[in-house]
Ligand binder design. Structure first.
Ligand SMILES: C[S@@+](CC[C@H](N)C(=O)[O-])C[C@H]1O[C@@H](n2cnc3c(N)ncnc32)[C@H](O)[C@@H]1O
Length: 164
């Protein structure tokens, strides 16, 4: 629920059987209301669905996709992201690597943890995505492995922009 502390309108998608009870729990919604950093009423939508499905939202309507430890979200949900929208991804299941190899995304920044705070940097982006092994990977290889690539330099997260 932490995205709802910062963003008034958030759509969550998860197949886990425990999620419907969690997302309908009034205590969870009270916590979001208490911890939100904006004045609007929080708008939380939950779809108990596979993110590779249509799940009832408009294509090209999202400003931001968050992909953390949940598989190839940036690939399967790209159609929901508006051109110019952002993908915040880590590489736990290779999703950042897939975005880097995907011509519809461009690396815009990296996010690093410094002294307990997340710091966004747009500098020296060419120092990232250099495989330790020196090998080159294709989207197919990364997609099939379902795992991240070992790189010489690894930020906490990567931020991509969807090309127009
Ligand atoms: C390790 S958790 C991470 C959850 C969240 N992204 C976070 O950072 O706290 C992975 C979640 O992704 C969900 N998941 C994995 N594949 C999915 C899919 N194809 N569609 C919807 N949810 C999926 C799982 O049910 C699980 O709740």
């Amino acid at each position: 629920m932490t995205p709802s502390f910062s963003f008034p309108t958030v759509v969550y998608v998860d197949t886990d059987r425990r999620c419907p009870a969690f997302f309908s729990d009034p205590a969870v919604h009270r916590m979001v209301r208490r911890r939100r950093r904006y004045s609007d009423e929080p708008r939380v939508t939950f779809h108990h669905a596979d993110y590779a499905s249509r799940f009832g939202e408009e294509y090209r309507s999202f400003d931001l996709l968050i992909s953390q430890w949940a598989g190839p979200v940036g690939q399967r949900c790209r159609r929901f992201l508006r051109p110019g929208g952002l993908l915040l991804a880590n590489d736990s299941h290779g999703d950042a690597s897939l975005a880097k190899l995907d011509p519809s995304y461009e690396l815009a920044a990296v996010v690093n943890l410094r002294g307990g705070k997340h710091v966004v940097s747009e500098e020296n982006l060419d120092r990232y995505f250099i495989p330790k092994s020196g090998e080159r990977f294709t989207r197919r290889q990364v997609g099939e492995s379902g795992r991240g690539v070992r790189y010489t330099r690894v930020p906490a997260m990567y931020l991509f922009v969807r090309r127009r």
